[in-house]
Write a protein that binds this ligand. Structure first.
Ligand SMILES: [Ca+2]
Ligand SMILES: [Ca+2]
Length: 283
């Protein structure tokens, strides 16, 4: 009551101080909030930035690996496609000649003997007196009317004067046949000859076919035509047709054909006779 104003004033100041104190607290709180929001925002921003960079790196790696895989797949597909094309090409464009692969298999090339002498076969390697002779020769076992091939021509081969005599030739298969076709077991051979002899003698001829690989080794089984003996001919001088066929063995690259004439009767002439030795291939 003595100093109400003062008291009032004093009270007012206290109120003001309280008000000011409240304002200060509010400001501090606001500053703290602002500060917190500021750092929260910065943390979020930096976090997002780091996460974005990480995601970008992962995406880059993923895309790179994806591209590499795709490239590899495309390369593989291209390789397979090329391989398929070459195989298809090999199986569809190769034509195998069905003409006789043997040189002078019919005795019609080169000179033929007209009498008692020796005339070596043309186009064949030989051992001994094996002779290419006319059907009309005076010393021969056969003639133009003897039973035998209708396309006999003028000449045939026989053993002449020897116990054993032979002639042979090598043939390169891969000059005309793709080795892939042989190794895929798609090529077959047909091998034939007219074989015979004289009267009731067993003098005879055997003609063999042997396939050879790149190392010059025999592959598969050797095929043999003959012998044709007197009993087969009914003790008549003639030629009989013999033929066989089969698959060319895997790895065959060349072949050897050999005609061997053997004497079994008499002391002079080897009367093993042969004409039209024929070899061809087909698929
Ligand atoms: Ca002939
Ligand atoms: Ca004889």
């Amino acid at each position: 009551m003595a100093n109400p104003v003062s008291t009032t004033y004093g009270s007012h100041s206290s109120i003001e101080r309280i008000v000011w104190t409240d304002d200060d607290d509010n400001n501090q709180i606001n500053q703290k909030k602002s500060f917190a929001w500021h750092w929260c925002f910065r943390c979020c921003f930096i976090g997002s930035l780091v996460a974005g960079i990480g995601l970008a790196i992962v995406l880059a790696f993923w895309l790179t690996s994806k591209t590499t895989t795709t490239t590899e797949t495309l390369t593989q597909k291209t390789t397979v496609s090329t391989s398929t094309m070459s195989t298809t090409l090999a199986t569809t464009t190769t034509t195998i000649s069905t003409s006789n692969w043997l040189i002078n298999g019919d005795g019609e090339t080169g000179s033929c003997q007209v009498g008692y002498g020796i005339t070596s076969p043309t186009g064949w390697m030989y051992n001994g007196p094996v002779t290419q002779i006319y059907y009309s020769a005076s010393d021969g076992d056969l003639n133009s009317t003897t039973s035998g091939p209708s396309n006999r021509g003028q000449c045939y081969f026989y053993g002449q004067i020897s116990n054993v005599t032979s002639m042979w030739q090598y043939v390169n298969l891969t000059s005309s046949i793709n080795p892939v076709l042989i190794d895929n077991q798609t090529v077959r051979f047909n091998f034939s000859a007219w074989l015979g002899g004289y009267y009731d003698q067993d003098d005879n001829v055997q003609v063999s076919l042997m396939f050879i690989n790149q190392l010059n080794q025999a592959v598969g089984s050797t095929v043999v035509l003959g012998p044709v003996l007197a009993i087969d001919r009914g003790n008549v001088s003639k030629l009989l047709f013999r033929q066989t066929s089969g698959l060319v063995p895997t790895n065959a690259r060349s072949l050897l054909v050999t005609a061997t004439m053997i004497r079994t009767a008499g002391i002079a002439y080897n009367d093993g006779c042969v004409d039209n030795i024929y070899l061809y291939f087909y698929q």
